[in-house]
Structure formats: structure tokens, C-alpha cells
Design a protein around this ligand. Structure first.
Ligand code: PEP
Ligand code: MN
Length: 359
């Protein structure tokens, strides 16, 4: 349930409602919007009786949250979440380009790639130090040594680091080095890892399970948020279908749908979703045209010799071309926002759904 406060509710009125919620063993999640505060009640298994709250000072009304996910949904927070680290943003005015190596293989390979990514004007660098590989005989990543190389990338180029934690022990280490911690497709429903990610204070990039529905995806994000980490970025990375012309099938329709249901940013990975260099740029263009808040892209100085996912890695010149093209598309989308409308044609006004409903 959602308790909507009157527009000029005082801090002590908000506090009074929070105390009332906690006194009956539930958790309060206040969200301060531009015009008013709303307080989400979470932790209940049964529907909540609104009567103890309706007459509290400052309460405008109590609204049932209809979706199974509470914190992730637009019912509780309509304004889009923007992840900000210094000047780097995901979910802000421009599509974020997170580019780099699939796996950190060596200092030289990583630094060469980081230089190209920085020169292209990108602010984010990806690189796996812990790799979830299908075969136990495949390269598993350099571990902490790889994280140290990534940390040097940040120092040298000012790029913000996105790296994957494959388990809780890796997450403990990633917290010390990374700006954003990735949870991969194979771990989207690793609930103990999601809970641990929720206890971190580092933003989490959550990739969609390769056969997960949107609801399962959003509930996985809810696992992270309910533990207290509200900085979650969703990532579409392709799903399994009967099509075998590509590694997976990019499901771009999830982008506007996720934006309709959730305030969290959603980015798109054209590399892992197609697995083929030839299709990465066209799909990257399509992802941004569909409104993705950013891209996650593999680049390699010499893809033929890559230890991981070489066939999908862009050569440096292709990467520069992709950046130019997607930026041009992104500008058109943002300039024409008024004409196109927001996700699913909604207006992108900061007015919240409940305000629209109430006023
Ligand atoms: C990755 O981004 O390096 C990765 C392993 O992706 P996914 O979990 O989507 O396969
Ligand atoms: Mn990869």
C-alpha cells in the first residue's frame, strides 16, 4: 500500500506515519517527490487495512499497489531513477555507452581498449574479472588482478567501471574496486546473490535472465531494492528462442514496457544478445531507437585472439562508427520526444500517476 501525503506535509507528519507503520511490524519506504511525499508500506503478505493510517495528520489518501513488485514499480515512484557517479549518468539526458572488453585478459589489452572508449567520449568502461563461462575449461577471468587493472583504467582515463560479480565472494571484492556491479543473466534468480547485492552501496546492473519474463526480471530487481539498494539498472541481453541465426534473440519490446512499469533505467546489450559482430551495430541502433537508456558493448583490440566472446567484439573502427551512429539516433529521439511521447506514448512529465489520479 502507498500512503500519499498532502502536498505541504511536514517532516514530523511523515515521521509519524513511518512510526505507525513500523509499530505494526511493517517497513516504510518514504519517497520524496517534487510536489509531495509518498510512503510505501512493504513486508506485508496479506492486503493491509488502511484505516489506521487514513486519519493520521498529513495523510491525503491510501492507495493499494496492484503490482507484485512494489519498490521497482512506477506506482510508488513515478520519476525516473538516474544513476549518477560524478559526471557519468545512466537514465539521464543521453543514452549511456558502457563499452569495453568482455574479459580483462591483460593490462595491455584493457588499457588499449580503455583509451579508445575514453577518446570516443564515453564515461563508462566494462570489463569482466570474474567470468561466468559455460565450460569449466574456458578462461574464468583474472580475478582480483583484473579488478586492479580496471581500477587503473579509472585512475588513468576517468572512466567509471562496470564489472561482474559471479558469486558473493566476488561481490565482496568487486565492492572495493567497481563503480557498478553487474549480475549476469545466469544469476538473475540467484536470490542469495541478489540479497547480498541489495546490501551493497554500489549500483547494480542486473541482466535479464535468458528466459525470464518481465515480471520475473522486475521481481529480481525488487530483491535488490528491498534490501536497501535502490540504485538498480536493468539490462536486456537477449532471450532463448527457436532462432539460431544469432546467439540469443534481442527482445527490444521489453524496453518501452519496462520503462512503462518501472522507474529504473534499462539499457541494452547488443553484443551478448546477438553474439555476432555483424549484427551488433544495427541492433545497437535499434536499441537506442527503442528508447534504451544506454548500451553495454564488447570491444577488443584483436577480437580474433580474444579469450572470451571474440566473435561479438567490435574492432576499434567499428566501435567509433557505432558511437557516432547511436548518438545521432539518440539526439533525434530526445529532440522529438514531444512528438513520439515517452515510453508507450506516455507523457514524460514529472507529475506522478497518483497525483494525476488525485488531482
Ligand atoms: C557479460 O556481460 O560479460 C556477460 C557474461 O553477459 P550475460 O550475463 O548477459 O551473458
Ligand atoms: Mn561476454
Amino acid at each position: 500500500m502507498l500512503i500519499v501525503m498532502i502536498p505541504d506535509a511536514t517532516e514530523s507528519q511523515v515521521h509519524g506515519v513511518v512510526q505507525k507503520i513500523e509499530s505494526i511490524g511493517l517497513r516504510a519506504h518514504p519517497s520524496r517527490g517534487i510536489n509531495r511525499t509518498v510512503i510505501g508500506i512493504i513486508g506485508n503478505l496479506e492486503p493491509i487495512d488502511p484505516s489506521p493510517f487514513t486519519d493520521l495528520p498529513g495523510v491525503a489518501e491510501c492507495v493499494r499497489i496492484t503490482k507484485p513488485y512494489k519498490l521497482v514499480g512506477r506506482e510508488l515512484k513515478h520519476d525516473k531513477t538516474v544513476i549518477r557517479i560524478g559526471k557519468a549518468e545512466i537514465g539521464g539526458d543521453e543514452a549511456a555507452i558502457i563499452a569495453g572488453v568482455c574479459a580483462v585478459e591483460s593490462r595491455e589489452q584493457t588499457m588499449l581498449t580503455a583509451q579508445i572508449v575514453a577518446e570516443a567520449g564515453c564515461r563508462w568502461f566494462r570489463g569482466g574479472a570474474f567470468k561466468p563461462r559455460t565450460s569449466p575449461y574456458a578462461f574464468q577471468g583474472l580475478g582480483e588482478e583484473g579488478l586492479k587493472i580496471l581500477s587503473d583504467v579509472r585512475d588513468q582515463f576517468g572512466l567509471r567501471i562496470v564489472t561482474e560479480a559471479v558469486d558473493e565472494a566476488a561481490l565482496d571484492l568487486c565492492e572495493r574496486y567497481a563503480d557498478v556491479i553487474q549480475i549476469g543473466t545466469r544469476n538473475m534468480q540467484n536470490f542469495s546473490l541478489l540479497k547480498r547485492a541489495g546490501q551493497a552501496r554500489t549500483p547494480i546492473l542486473l541482466k535479464r535472465g535468458m528466459s525470464a519474463t518481465l515480471e520475473e526480471f522486475l521481481l529480481a530487481a525488487e530483491y535488490i531494492m528491498v534490501e536497501g539498494n535502490c540504485q538498480v539498472i536493468l539490462c536486456e541481453r537477449g532471450v532463448r528462442t527457436f532462432g539460431n541465426h544469432a546467439r540469443f534473440t534481442p527482445d527490444l519490446s521489453i524496453i518501452p514496457m519496462a520503462q512503462h512499469l518501472s522507474h529504473l533505467p534499462i539499457i541494452f546489450d547488443p553484443s551478448h544478445s546477438t553474439g555476432r559482430r555483424e549484427t551488433v551495430i544495427p541492433m545497437a541502433r535499434a536499441g537506442v531507437a527503442a528508447g534504451a537508456d544506454g548500451l553495454l558493448v564488447d570491444v577488443h583490440p584483436c577480437p580474433e585472439r580474444a579469450l572470451c566472446d571474440g566473435p561479438q567484439a567490435l574492432f576499434f573502427d567499428l566501435f567509433r562508427k557505432m558511437v557516432d551512429e547511436v548518438r545521432a539516433i539518440d539526439r533525434i529521439i530526445k529532440d522529438r520526444h514531444e512528438i513520439f511521447g515517452g515510453a508507450l506514448g506516455q507523457s514524460n512529465s514529472p507529475t506522478s500517476v497518483y497525483e494525476t489520479a488525485i488531482l
